[in-house]
Design a protein around this ligand. Structure first.
Ligand code: C5P
Length: 379
């Protein structure tokens, strides 16, 4: 994990814990937003994904701009000296230190510098995870519309395995048989815990008049797990393979997401993702029709989640993200026992033991390492 910290707590840990809370909130709000209204008053899921990218991109742009301005305001930076006004130069000639230019001058300079970085030569690399994330984000809506909460949560754990698979292939991370076993055990353990927690919190699987197509939901979850693993690892590879700033990379990611996200909204007949079942009862309605509080809730939680995910990938890695969210699912259920009187069953205890044991197993050194051999990610 990276050594950056806030108030003495490692940023990797803070972002991992925050992500867990966000994940739980999103599952519930997303599902409720899709099944609580009749199909003819449903909001457009593809429009929600587009809005998500626009908001995330704007926030990342604002942070990148602020960082650029701060960098040019640092008297030790070359940019600061370059931005000296005539007064500053005059002063310097008379021996008075000066530089940095005016606020407006600095802002203009920082903005131009930031845009040059955003559209630098390797920016196209972000187009790959951008398309994959747009597909994943749309598929999530299909899955949540066609599966009950426990089934969705349990099957979505396959992400842990697809992420490990792509980490091995793309990042050349070496995983021993023991680590693979730990990952399998983790995915199964989280599944057992989530089944129990859904029963305890009363997450219902009856959906009134809303029609669900389980096969479609399961196919959507499977594809979302593949795209999630590939996109996350690809983003990690690009981020850690260059010196570019995280927020610049995020702006590039959102920029390249706009085209596929707009295709999903405006391309007629784009029915695999996003839209409700045929015949489309929303045909002819404005793109942002029926965008009520629940839809906005989904978008805002997704925006927040996207920003936190980027931090997690930057300060930790994709596989650890899977472990931390799994452990935190257990911890949040434990909090529920205290706060909301959840009941502990044998399956919760079994699932918890599986999650804890797999985390221990994954993080314990392999036999080869104990004997002094190399282990873990390759440089
Ligand atoms: O389920 P998973 O953890 O793969 O979801 C990652 C989410 O984070 C996606 O919705 C993706 O759009 C978002 N993300 C982001 N910015 C990044 C990385 C991921 O918005 N840099």
């Amino acid at each position: 994990m990276s050594s950056a910290s806030f108030l003495g707590v490692p940023l990797g840990l803070i972002s991992l814990v925050t992500l867990t809370v966000q994940n739980s909130a999103l599952t519930i709000v997303l599902h409720y937003s899709r099944i609580s209204v009749p199909a003819d008053r449903m909001y457009n899921a593809a429009a929600a994904v587009l809005l998500n990218e626009l908001l995330k991109g704007s926030i990342s742009l604002a942070i990148a701009f602020r960082n650029a301005v701060l960098a040019t305001s640092d008297p030790r930076s070359g940019d600061y000296a370059r931005l000296a006004t005539d007064d500053d130069l005059d002063g310097r000639r008379r021996g008075v230190p000066g530089g940095g230019g005016s606020d407006l001058g600095r802002a203009k300079y920082a903005g131009a510098k930031m845009l040059r970085e955003v559209f630098s030569g390797d920016c196209w690399k972000l187009s790959i995870p951008a398309c994959l994330y747009v597909i994943q984000n749309n598929l999530q809506f299909v899955a949540a519309s066609n599966l009950d909460v426990p089934t969705f949560q349990v099957t979505y754990n396959l992400k842990i395995l697809t992420t490990a698979l792509f980490s091995v292939v793309l990042l050349r991370r070496r995983l021993s048989a023991k680590k693979w076993f730990a990952l399998l055990f983790l995915a199964a353990g989280v599944g057992v815990v989530q089944l129990q927690s859904s029963a305890a919190t009363g997450s219902s699987s009856s959906h009134g008049s809303h029609e669900m197509d389980k096969a479609k939901g399961l196919l959507a979850v499977f594809c979302a797990c593949m795209t999630s693993g590939l996109a996350g690892v690809y983003f990690e590879m690009v981020l850690k393979g260059s010196k570019a700033d995280l927020w610049i990379r995020n702006v590039q990611l959102s920029f390249f997401s706009l085209v596929p996200a707009m295709c999903a909204v405006f391309a007629p007949g784009f029915s695999l993702v996003g839209g409700p079942a045929k015949p489309d009862p929303m045909a002819g309605q404005p793109v942002f029709a029926n965008f009520g509080a629940w839809a906005w809730g989904v978008v805002l939680i997704q925006v927040f989640g996207g920003l936190i995910t980027a931090l997690v990938i930057r300060y930790s890695d994709n596989i650890m993200k899977g472990f931390a969210t799994s452990l935190a699912i257990v911890l949040s259920f434990c909090a529920g026992i205290v706060l909301f009187d959840f009941h502990v069953t044998a399956s919760f205890l079994v699932g918890t033991c599986m999650v804890v044991a797999s985390t221990y197993l994954y993080n314990s050194p392999d036999a080869a390492t104990r004997r002094g051999g190399a282990e873990g990610p390759l440089p």
